[in-house]
Design a binder for this molecule. Structure first.
Ligand SMILES: *Cc1c(COP(=O)(O)O)cnc(C)c1O
Ligand code: SF4
Length: 336
């Protein structure tokens, strides 16, 4: 029994790196935490999917116990369906591998350069292209960002730098400070955008070092979060979002339309509304990249378009995300 006295003597709060390391990586343990261990034989794939389970415990705490259809669980639990080959689904769904340069810079759209800052993530999302490249090493942060930024220096048409990955906030604050310093030699870059799922899956990542760095950075700052369901938000996520806004960041959210997770108008409306309560505006709703192992998440284009139409009739315009798909060779994301 934990007595009232013992409860008062709280251990010191764990930092985000410790919480990262303590993530659940054993599917059986995850099922046990949710009271679903008796369903293991039926739920888990019979053989290795080649993409490990990984989910921070704080995210698991937001899942409904006893519900194998929980929308957060579905995003992270390996399923037998992943082992089925589906025509049209491949390892490199958006042709990025070809476009990726050794220094981790991707430049597909006017005015913006995207840096593959790092290959690591706190969570392994089953629908992600990363499932085939979990250890991608072509990282822009290597070698003090030098090669990556050299590629951006020469092109003065680039006014926005996008940090992506992997999850760029998996980098240490020291690495980010290094980037900030290097950006001083790039006066044509006026905006820094960070694409990160960490404020949602491990909100403790938004620590003082990070917000201090952001607040002092003499650029416009945009953080594009990634939440697919309203249940991903809790008080800790709200607090992390508030800290980011106080540090001067505009907060947007991109979601992926996923069958069995958020493919109904109620779920999508709740996501927009819950995000906005945390100060986050919806940005993109992505049609899935057709990566091998993710076909069971696909939502048909006509169904997707009807869902967004339904949102338009019930939400203010600013809470309706743009439904897009990424098509290799196009000059922007393509509206569906
Ligand atoms: C998605 C993407 C961007 C950002 O596009 P926006 O429409 O501005 O959000 C930039 N570069 C690359 C390579 C991308 O894939
Ligand atoms: S890159 Fe984003 S979607 Fe992919 S595994 Fe990492 S956090 Fe999930």
């Amino acid at each position: 029994m934990i007595t009232a006295n013992r409860r008062r003597a709280q251990p010191p709060a764990r930092n985000w790196q410790q919480l990262w390391r303590e993530a659940v990586t054993d599917p059986l343990e995850l099922l046990r935490l949710l009271g679903l261990q008796h369903r293991a034989a039926e739920l888990l794939p019979g053989r290795d999917t080649g993409f490990a389970l990984r989910v921070p415990r704080g995210f698991v705490a937001r899942m409904r116990p006893g519900d194998p259809a929980d929308p957060l669980l579905r995003q992270v639990l390996p399923l037998a369906a992943e082992l089925e080959a589906t025509p049209g689904y491949s390892i490199d769904a958006v042709g990025d591998l070809a476009a990726r340069s050794a220094h981790g810079v991707l430049q597909k759209y006017a005015g913006r350069a995207l840096l593959i800052a790092t290959g690591s993530c706190a969570v392994n999302c089953r629908y992600c292209f990363r499932r085939h490249f979990p250890y991608a090493e072509e990282t822009a942060a290597a070698n003090h960002w030098r090669e990556a930024l050299a590629a951006v220096t020469a092109d003065t048409s680039i006014d926005e730098l996008i940090l992506s990955g992997g999850d760029p906030l998996s980098l240490s604050n020291a690495k980010l400070v290094e980037l900030g310093q290097a950006l001083q030699s790039l006066p044509h870059v006026t905006r820094l955008r960070i694409h990160s799922r960490l404020p949602v899956v491990l909100p403790q990542r938004v620590d003082e070092g990070l917000t201090g760095w952001l607040a002092a950075l003499p650029l416009q700052k945009v953080v594009v979060l990634h939440a697919n369901h309203a249940n991903e938000f809790d008080a800790e996520v709200d607090a992390a979002c508030a800290r980011l806004r106080e540090a001067g960041c505009t907060l947007l959210n991109q979601a992926v339309l996923l069958r069995g997770v958020n493919d109904d108008a109620d779920a999508l409306a709740a996501l927009s509304q819950r995000g906005f309560a945390a100060g986050v505006l919806p940005y993109y709703l992505h049609q899935l990249d057709r990566v091998l192992g993710a076909a069971h998440f696909e939502v048909d284009d006509t169904v997707a378009a009807a869902l967004v139409e339904a949102l338009r009739t019930r939400l203010p315009g600013y809470l309706v995300p743009r439904l897009v798909r990424e098509i290799a060779g196009e000059k922007s994301k393509t509206p569906v």
